[in-house]
Write a protein that binds this ligand. Structure first.
Ligand code: NI
Ligand code: MN
Length: 228
């Protein structure tokens, strides 16, 4: 496997493999923990879990500057396409849909959450299973704990699970321990915590609980990376 997973802070990832840069949920402007500059970050593709402001983030500005292809659930995709204009490549799957790219594929899967964009477009939130550089990464998006998380690894063996742990708007660190079991990945990247006061949590305690199940938690600080 060969992919570098850079944590952008909150739920944001920059995945780099073989010269291609794939961003997930690039929320940089207004994110007090972000270290990447939305005015210079590279992007070839942007994937979105849902349209909340802390996920759609800088998508339109980055896509406009870089020409990056954007993929999001259809209602969010339509809003982004309106902003970017007809010529800009925007892809609009729905839950269960797999999109093939020249670098791999991504599948949008259910998440239990709500979502409306800052402009008022109601949309269905998702998680994303991403195959890149020979690795399979499951970004759970914003979600509560629910039993269908266990369906994802029945089709694909997940190498890295990116799981929200901050509570309040998503599952908390205790439910996230159960989610890590259901997804059954050897490595867990905790996301969606400590960005704002309501989602502060004890990530070291989460790591200890998950380690007791034989899984490794890699708690990256914004700007840090891991290799798969
Ligand atoms: Ni959300
Ligand atoms: Mn969120």
């Amino acid at each position: 496997m060969s992919v570098t997973v850079n944590f952008l802070g909150h739920s944001g990832l920059a995945l780099e493999s073989d010269g291609t840069m794939v961003l997930v949920d690039p929320f940089l402007t207004g994110n007090p923990k972000a270290v990447a500059d939305p005015g210079t970050i590279e992007a070839d593709y942007i994937l979105l879990t849902h349209g909340h402001a802390d996920h759609i983030g800088d998508t339109v500005d980055i896509a406009r500057r870089t020409g990056a292809h954007v993929t999001a659930i259809v209602e969010v995709a339509n809003e982004v396409a309106d902003d970017l204009g007809e010529e800009h490549p925007v892809i609009d799957p729905n839950l269960g849909g797999t999109v093939e790219y020249d670098w791999g594929w991504a599948r949008w899967v259910p998440a239990w959450h709500t979502s409306t964009t800052p402009r008022g477009t109601v949309n269905t939130p998702a998680g994303i299973v991403i195959s890149i550089g020979g690795a399979k990464i499951y970004h759970l998006g914003d979600t509560a704990l629910f039993s269908d998380l266990q369906l994802v690894p029945q089709r694909d063996t997940i190498d890295l699970a990116c799981i929200p742990v901050g509570g309040h708007y998503t599952m908390d660190r205790h439910d996230a321990v159960v989610a890590a079991r259901l997804v059954d990945a050897p490595k867990v990247l905790p996301i969606h915590y400590d960005t704002f006061p309501p989602i502060e949590t004890d990530v070291e305690a989460f790591a200890k609980d998950v380690a007791a199940d034989g899984r490794e938690v890699v708690a990256l600080k914004p700007g840090e990376s891991l290799e798969l």
